[in-house]
Ligand binder design. Structure first.
Ligand SMILES: N[C@@H](CCC(=O)N[C@@H](CS)C(=O)NCC(=O)O)C(=O)O
Length: 231
């Protein structure tokens, strides 16, 4: 059994989707990050980084339990465990890992900073909003170029590179993006969104999704002194 400590955010959805695609047995342990549950002793024992997602697989390598954090590492682990969604041909495998790293080091952090400055920062800072908006658009252009030449990010087959990236491309209006300006990304997005496993993955904890203006408690946990306390 794989326990997924998670919340309905793009990084959480990557893992929910991968588990549904791979058909592994799993259960979700909700970690309400707005309410500060990521700082609990139980969760910190799994990940010192107090960020979702993290997993505990009771049947890890050698039949022993394993705990993992960082969604990219989790996707690689799950794909290798199941022997699916990661190419075995070395060239395609490195292409897959390259696009997973591109998502982890580029798409996730830049889109996240855009969300922060555009939606959550108490002060609207034009320089920061413009900088991250430019990065969001630039990264869409990189994806467009790749997906105009290749069916999926790693090559002809759907892989964890697509699963890592898709949750950050859905809901494009949240980032001021019109996907019709990126036709190859749109073709890829629509094909992935229609997969039943993806529909199930993004439905995980959907009833717990935060809506409306950020509250003072959420701000304190995510961006305030509680977030930055020494632990
Ligand atoms: N690089 C990490 C990023 C994880 C991350 O930022 N998770 C966010 C939700 S998407 C989180 O747990 N935030 C809680 C917090 O900031 O305290 C990964 O991909 O796993």
């Amino acid at each position: 059994m794989i326990e997924v400590w998670s919340w309905p955010t793009p990084n959480g959805h990557k893992v929910h989707i991968a588990l549904e695609e791979l058909g592994l047995t799993w259960r979700v342990v909700p970690v309400n990050i707005g309410q500060g549950e990521q700082f609990s002793a139980e969760f910190l024992a799994i990940t010192p980084n107090h960020r979702i997602p993290a997993i505990v697989d009771s049947d890890g390598p050698g039949g022993q339990p394993i705990a993992l954090f960082e969604s990219g590492a989790i996707l690689i682990y799950l794909a290798e465990k199941a022997g699916k969604l990661i190419p075995s041909d070395p060239r395609l495998r490195y292409a897959c890992l390259q696009w997973v790293m591109f998502q982890m080091g580029g798409v996730g952090p830049m889109f996240g900073q855009y969300n922060h400055f555009a939606a959550y920062a108490p002060e609207k800072l034009p320089y920061a909003i413009e900088r991250y908006s430019n990065e969001v658009k630039r990264l869409h252009r990189v994806l467009e170029k790749r997906l105009a030449a290749s069916e999926y990010l790693a090559g002809p087959e759907y892989s964890i590179a697509d699963i890592a990236t898709f949750p950050w491309i859905r809901n494009p209006d949240r980032r001021g993006i019109d996907l019709t300006a990126y036709p190859a990304v749109k073709r890829w997005h629509d094909a992935i969104a229609a997969r039943p496993a993806v529909e199930r993955g993004v439905a995980t904890l959907a009833d717990r999704q935060r809506r409306g203006t950020i509250t003072d408690v959420e701000r304190e946990n995510l961006f305030g002194t509680r977030q930055f306390a020494t632990r």
